[in-house]
Structure formats: C-alpha cells, structure tokens
Ligand binder design. Structure first.
Ligand code: UDX
Length: 459
C-alpha cells in the first residue's frame, strides 16, 4: 500500500520535530524530517537558537526558534557539560516550548504529533498536558539505549564504582546485556554520578510514557536486542534507519566540510587510506594528540585526519604537532582537515579503514559503506557501540589502552595491511548488503516506515 498522504489526509498533518542542539543529534533528526516530508507530512522544526540548523538548506520546512528569553542565560559551564545541558534545557525551555506548541495546535494545519529527541525528556509532560501524542526519536543504537536504561540500577548494586573512570574499568559482563561490560557504562556516571543517573532515569521514564519510538537503525543489525527492548519498552518501535541512506549526503553540517579531502583521496589506490575522525564533541589532551600523530606516522599508511579546531585541550588547532610532521615525518602520506565531508569520504573507494570514536552516526555511516573500524570510544553510547563493533558484529578492532602509539600502529596495520583486515571487510560488506536490502520495497526498514506513516495517520 502506498502510504504517501493525499486528499482526505492532508489536514492536520503537521509534524513538529524538536532536535537536540548537538551535531550528532541534529543530523539524524533533520534526516528523519526529510523522510517524513517525502511521505507528505508538513514539517515544523522547533529549535534552540544555539547550534541552530540552517533554514536555507531546508526551504521545504518551517523553522521556529524557541523564544530565547531563557537561552541567553544558559551558563557557559552548562553548554560545555552535556549532563548539565540536558538538565538545564529540560527545565528552563519547557514553558516556551509549551507556548509554541499551543499556538501551532490552534493553527488551521493543526499538529498530528510531536517528535522529540529522547533527551528532551521534559517534553513528555508538556505533550501530556496538551493531549498531543509525543513520539521519541532515539538517535543511537538499541543496545546502548538498553544499557543506559539499566545503568542507574547497576550503579545502585555497587558493581560500578563512582570516582575515576579509569579505576572503574571492570571487565565484568552486564547480566542480561552480554557482551556489554561494566566498563562500557557511560563515563558520565563516574564523573557526575548523581547528574548522570538523573538524566538517564528521566530519559527512560519519559520514553516509557511516549506514544512510540523511532530508531535510526535497522532490524537485521539489532536483532540481538529487540526482545529485551519490547519487554522493557512496549513501544511500538519503528526501526526505519539508516536515515542518511534515503537521500544523498544531507547538509546539516554545523562546520564547513573540506571538499579537497576528496581530491586528495582520488590520488590513492582502493582501500589504502585510514580516515580518522572523532566526531563533533570529543576533546583530547595534547599528550593523546601526540600519541595519535606518532601512531599514524609510524604505521606508514596514508591517512586523512580530521582535527576539529578546539578539540585539543589548550590548543587552537595543530600547534602541538611536531615540526615538519606532514612533509618531513609523514613524507606527504597524511592530510589534515578541520572537518571532512564524512559520508563522501567513507564512500570513496580509497578509504580502507575508519578510526572512529563510535558515535552512532559515524558507526552507521561506516557500516553503510562497508569500511572496517578502529574503535576509540570516549563517552556515552560510544562505549557500547564500540563493543558491538568489535565483539558482536566483528567489524572492527578495539583500542583497549586509550591512545598509545604502539597499539595504534599495530591496530592500523591489522585493519589496513593484515589478513585480519580482509576478514573484517568481508563481514562488514555482508552487513552493508543487508542495509541495501532493508531499504528496498519489502525490506524491514521500508515496511517499518510504511507502518509509521499509517500509525501517525491514525492519530
Ligand atoms: C554525539 C555523540 O558523541 C554520539 O556518541 C551520539 O551517538 C550522537 O551524538 P558525535 O560525537 O558528533 O555525536 O558523533 P556521531 O554520532 O558520529 O556524529 C558525527 C556526525 O558528524 C556524523 O554524521 C559525521 O558524518 C559528521 N562528521 C564528522 C562530518 O560530517 N565531518 C567530520 O569531519 C566529522
């Protein structure tokens, strides 16, 4: 059945989407908006003024900034720390959000439902008060979500010691969620146990009360955890990802991608280059940066490395790099940019490996292009994502000792040069084929999207 909206459905089919103002959350929400728009819904994006999306890239949507009376006052310390940021916006922004929604509901178009990021947990009460269905969009994997949901209880059992994250790196398996380990629990539970637990509990409770969940993942990838998911969160669940494969590279970048990366890749043979990027939030120490640089240099493999300005503590950009690093030490084998067109880089046939922090978008993008990974998780869902990449799907290798030049050099060779790299590539290529199938007519994500459209139309 064609689920695109026509005729009688056309009224009251405005969807209001509320993304979290962080790159890794903004991109999938805007991709979801495009998918739903292609099904005939009209889209309003309710957004904060900081990290706001660029409306010029989406002339087909209505953009509505949340009135920023409260925003100007977000303390800088709260913008830097995601736990504080989540708690802050989920208290101070709720009243202006309620007012915006109320206004939209009075318009001719009406509002069919509110779709928010799971971390906008405070909006469940707002939606309840307005009798407006709220659907949660979870931007990460099912496995990491399940781990998040049990984390506060695990912390109570004492199996995870608050304090230093390094001291809490227990190899013990999390019962019922194997092969996840206690050390894969979010490290914000060690740095800020009280705040971290509060955020996770509020997110889980509000998600249980939501009407439904939309996931940027696909059934074949997460089969392992779907039973546990529907036991704990009755749903319905719509697994309709990977979102970024519905349309060509989407332009919700907050930074400008360096297109010259692609012409640099053009000069290299297939599967020869390591792409290195740790997403939009990770910050590293200068000592770690130098270990990365020496690990890359010593591996003797070509690399394209994204070093985000400000991502090295105490530096603006590349100041700590050894003198003559690219020309003299690496002898032209490396290229460093501030931000890359990542999806195109991963799709380029010269890219043979991806050294990633395993943010969920990066992980999915790598899977979709069949590029094996080196895993260096840093916080939050990145740990469980990396565990699945290395231990469940077996499509990458974990760097277990943080950033340490010998281990880096050996892991790069394992992925790019050794036989092991071929095995990883074969496994990930198999999953890539599943992605291609799940999006085609009759495939799992295709069908789930049809179900989602019908579900929203039933409100
Ligand atoms: C954050 C969290 O860190 C992550 O764990 C969570 O799953 C989502 O929110 P982020 O750290 O930015 O996201 O990582 P990720 O989810 O991988 O998203 C990064 C996005 O930026 C990807 O879509 C990637 O393609 C894009 N990117 C990154 C670029 O386009 N160019 C770059 O140079 C680097």
């Amino acid at each position: 059945m064609d689920t695109t909206i026509t005729g009688k459905h056309i009224n009251h089919r405005q969807l209001v989407l509320l993304p979290l103002p962080l790159q890794g959350h903004l991109s999938p929400m805007l991709q979801l908006a495009n998918i739903l728009h292609s099904k005939g819904f009209s889209i309003t994006i309710l957004h904060t003024s900081f990290n706001s999306p660029n409306p010029n890239n989406y002339p087909h949507f209505t953009f509505l900034p949340i009135p920023n009376t409260c925003e100007a006052n977000i303390p800088d310390k709260d913008k830097q720390n995601i736990v504080s940021l989540f708690l802050y916006i989920n208290s101070k922004f709720l009243e202006p959000i309620r007012e915006c929604l109320e206004r939209l509901m009075l318009e001719d178009k009406g509002v069919a439902c509110l779709i928010t990021d799971a971390q906008w947990f405070g909006t469940q009460s707002v939606a309840d008060g307005l009798k407006l269905p709220r659907i949660v969009h979870r931007t990460s994997s099912v496995s990491s979500f399940l781990l998040f949901a049990v984390s506060p209880a695990l912390l109570d059992t004492g199996c995870f010691r608050p304090g230093s994250y390094e001291e809490s790196r227990s190899e013990a398996l999390v019962q019922g969620l194997e092969p996840l380990k206690v050390k894969d629990l979010s490290n914000f539970l060690t740095s800020d146990p009280e705040g971290g637990c509060k955020v996770l509990e509020l997110m889980a409770q509000a998600t249980k009360r939501a009407q439904a969940l939309i996931w940027n993942t696909f059934k074949e990838l997460e089969e392992h955890d779907l039973k546990a998911l529907s036991q704990d969160f009755p749903g319905p669940h719509f697994l309709i990802g990977p979102f970024h494969k519905y349309f060509s590279a989407s332009s919700s970048n907050l930074l400008t991608p360096d297109q010259a990366s692609l012409s640099w890749l053009d000069k290299h043979p297939p599967n020869s280059v390591l792409y290195v990027s740790f997403g939009s939030l990770v910050k590293i120490k200068e000592s770690q940066f130098l270990e990365i640089a020496w690990g890359l240099a010593n591996s003797k493999q070509p690399f394209l490395w994204v070093v985000r300005p400000g991502s090295i503590e105490g530096s603006e950009w590349l100041e700590p790099l050894p003198y003559g690093f690219l020309e003299r030490i690496v002898e032209g084998r490396g290229y460093i940019v501030k931000w890359a067109p990542q999806q195109d880089v991963l799709a380029h046939n010269a890219t043979g490996g991806f050294w990633t922090h395993n943010g969920w978008n990066s992980t999915l993008e790598s899977i979709c292009e069949g590029v094996p990974m080196l895993c260096s998780p840093s916080f939050g869902d990145q740990f469980p994502n990396a565990r699945y990449v290395s231990d469940v799907w077996k499509i990458g290798v974990m760097l277990d000792n943080g950033f340490e030049r010998e281990e880096i050099e050996s892991a790069i060779k394992r992925v790019l040069v050794d036989e092991e790299g071929l095995e990883l590539r074969n496994k990930i290529t198999n999953i890539k084929w599943k992605v291609d199938r799940c999006l085609k007519k009759g495939g799992s994500s295709y069908s789930s999207l049809e179900d989602l459209v019908n579900y929203i139309l039933s409100f």
